[in-house]
Write a protein that binds this ligand. Structure first.
Ligand SMILES: Cc1ncc(C[n+]2csc(CCOP(=O)(O)OP(=O)(O)O)c2C)c(N)n1
Ligand SMILES: [Mg+2]
Length: 370
């Protein structure tokens, strides 16, 4: 696998990665990755491209709906479609995925419906989808916590004796959290069938990755006894290949694997953030030239496989999904405030009863005013 050397500045040395499609859309060979995507023909590449376009559209709608006051917050994924779609397409439907708040593309590939992208950000639902409908956990806001959940799930898989795989998605910043490191110790010690996907988008809010990683993040995993791969996160094909490698490793009983996908968050951390305060335009433009969608379009065009019909059908699909996301948001029915306490615990208990009483009394106060 791709060997790692210490980097002077991990944020700058972004080309020290495994890659199959260059930024200009040229298919290059990689001795380790090639065999994992031998079956990927033009039709499959188009399908990966379509998913990335759909994800970008959901993201654009989310930002617009937040700006229009229809959502409380949105965590954009623009620029990260390659790692999200590429890795998620490697799962089997019975694998179990633990995403962070930014994994819109992972949830899309897992089968999230239009409402699933927006209702939690609108404050209408605790969770988004029912995790068991698409074998994907509620997107995690507590940085790194989902790594422990994924390892726990993977240890459960071992007890069940099945060949499912669990996966945790987290960011570069999350690798500084104890939870992620503890999760890697358990995964390694128990040889659990789990894949860690670290999306290195160069920032933890305003903090550049170079502040907390003096060595490529993928280089940490071998210290835990976990094989790792540093891959171009804007190369959907390389991400698919890397994830197939990692999942195969776990499914065969060889234990965990770690992928660092090097990418860039093109938008703000969330709609509450102003990235112009901490990064310059030139940096953003450098990454725009590495766009994950544009490179697949260029590759397909070079093979004469990106026709007008295809382009029009992708645009129509994106329009349809975008309209469905807006409709799901605008038609959302706000539940009575007291229902915030429903479905929090499996069993009722006295603490919850007390909270329900106190919150009910507080809400009743508004009735009196009215
Ligand atoms: C335990 C915890 N600490 C702090 C926060 C506040 N917080 C939200 S996002 C974030 C940065 C996370 O950066 P990274 O892991 O790189 O993920 P990204 O947002 O870039 O996808 C922080 C510190 C939190 N949600 N949870
Ligand atoms: Mg980050």
């Amino acid at each position: 696998m791709h060997t790692l050397t210490p980097l002077a500045d991990p944020a700058v040395d972004v080309d020290d990665v495994a890659r199959l499609v260059t930024a200009s859309g040229e298919r290059i060979a990689d001795p380790d990755l090639d065999r994992w995507v031998e079956d990927v023909d033009a039709a499959q590449l188009r399908s990966l491209y379509r998913d990335m376009v759909l994800v970008r559209r959901v993201d654009a709608e989310g930002i617009a709906l937040q700006r229009q006051g229809q959502l409380g917050l949105w965590a954009p994924c623009n620029g990260q479609e390659g790692v999200q779609v590429g890795t998620a397409r490697a799962f089997r439907s019975d694998d179990f995925v633990f995403p962070s708040y930014r994994e819109i593309g992972v949830n899309h590939v897992r089968g999230a419906k239009p409402a699933d992208f927006v209702l939690a950000w609108r404050g209408e639902a605790h969770s988004t989808f029912n995790p068991y409908d698409i074998n994907t956990a509620t997107p995690q806001i507590i940085i790194g916590a989902q790594a422990l959940h994924a390892v726990g799930y993977a240890m459960g898989i071992q007890l069940d004796g099945t060949d499912q795989v669990a996966a945790a998605y987290f960011g570069d910043g999350a690798t500084s959290q104890g939870d992620v490191n503890e999760a890697m110790v358990f995964a390694s010690s128990y040889r659990s069938p789990v894949v860690f996907v670290c999306t290195n988008n160069q920032y933890a809010i305003s903090e550049p990755v170079a502040v907390q990683a003096k060595f490529p993040i993928a280089g940490r995993a071998p210290g835990f006894g976990i094989p790792s791969l540093r891959v171009d996160g804007n190369d959907v094909l390389a991400c698919l290949a890397a994830m197939r490698w990692a999942i195969d490793n776990a499914r065969k009983g060889n234990g965990p694997a770690f992928i660092e996908a090097v990418t860039y968050r093109m938008g703000p951390h969330t709609t509450s953030d102003d990235p112009t305060r901490y990064r310059d335009k030139e940096e953003v433009e450098r990454w725009r030239a590495r766009d994950p969608l544009a490179r697949i379009e260029a590759l397909l065009r070079s093979q004469d496989e990106f026709g007008d019909d295809f382009s029009a059908s992708v645009a129509a699909d994106a329009d349809e999904l975008g309209a469905a996301v807006r409709e799901a948001t605008l038609s959302a029915v706000t539940a009575p405030p007291i229902s915030v306490l429903d479905n929090v615990y499996a069993e009722p208990h006295t603490g919850l009863d007390e909270q329900r009483r106190a919150f009910g009394a507080y809400l009743a106060g508004f009735d009196e005013v009215a």
